[in-house]
Design a protein. Sequence first.
Length: 495
Amino acid sequence: MDFVHESERKIPVVAHPDILVIGAGPAGIGAAVAAARNGARVLLVERYGFLGGNLTVAMVNPMFTFHDIEGRQVIRGIAGELVDRLVELTASPGHVRDLTFDNASMTPFDPEGMKYTLFQMVCEAGVELLLHTWVVDVVVTGSTIQSVIIENKSGRQAIQPGIVIDCSADGDAAARAGAPFTKGREGDGMMQPVTLFFRIADVDDQRLRVWMKANRDLLKDSPTDEEIDSSDVLAFLGLQSLVVKAMERGEFPASAAPRILLYQLPRKGQVAVNTTRLQGIDGTNADDLTRAEVLTREQAWQIHRFLKANIGGFEESYILDTGIQVGVRETRHIVGDYTLTEDDVLSGRRFSDGIACGTFAIDIHPPDGQQQIYTGSGKAVYEIPYRCCTPVGFDNLLVAGRCISATHAAFGSARVMATSMAIGQGAGTAAALAVRAGQITRQVSIQAVRTTLLEQGQYLLDDRAEEIRDDDLKLQKGESSGAAASHYNPFADKQ
């Protein structure tokens, strides 16, 4: 390999924040807002020109999942406030019943309303923003990050923070600092596939409802007329038999998911489609990402042609837009002081240092093959411990979001956006309290962190947490079959 030698140069230091948050996805929003509201000087660095990460960049929709199967809201705090503000803006219907997976609730939203609302929340909290900026290197002395090197249109610059919270999803800063990490599935390192979300407009919602009733046997759990009619927001999962036949005829992309999954959006006639899929992609490799961007957009057009030909209501529809970037489900898991396991998730484990709750299923899109692992949501509510956010060997570095310390299976639950925002709020709160007390990240009083989170509206598995329940969101289904969606549950005997 040939090399180019760069000349030594001085890099100007442009900021000395108490806390530097890297990445403005769900976890980064939760971390930055929480840290600022708790008195820290916060700088939030983001590579795009707007906030939201997978919420807006990849247009992943809806948010999952705020409620357990009894209708208890177990993710609140900043994520809950975000939903309330979106509802007020008419950019979301709020929490509604889900007809697809075994979730008590789903939370659809308009991505443009999301961008606007996130800017409002971050600016109101007093967070300083630096957009269009990449983190390119980290300077470490011993166990302390001294400087984070960034690049943008202004050139190469340095930031010297008190604490760094890496919410980059891929753990980019932590990895560059030398934090240990794993990738993907234990044993072979294979990662969940990527998906390009896309939006379709001019769908005839009423004709779609009629078609669903007439073809209910093609859909997961054969929803009844009452379930379809009472759903304010339609969700659609199934058609495996039709898709497989279309694949055999060359009329459906062979590498895509062998089923159709789509969600109605707040704007009339719009749906979000979660069906493109590409395996064998490493989201930390630029060549792989380039290939994914090209191939998944080709898949989107093929899938739309299938929808127009096979599903009532799509006859006059068109692709409105595709995600700005392909959605990456899994890359690095930074090794922390504790690693969340599948048993923690399935047993609903409490932790003395729990900083957020999760209740989504173990949902693993297949790194190879076609069958998707899905355990069913909300059967247990578990906590994510602070130690999953403290990388081994560092005193002023935290991680939050999908790069936390978790096994491949446990990550299949904790990776979703509502949970990621809750983890971010926990990490941001802990960082702010550490700054206030002049402590390193491991010295912070976890009891003070938990108390602060509860006082600021978050839910934890704690007797002091007020119960908020919505009986309309109580899961009505019993045990369901995933056959129409190519799902199976290898953990059934552990639940």
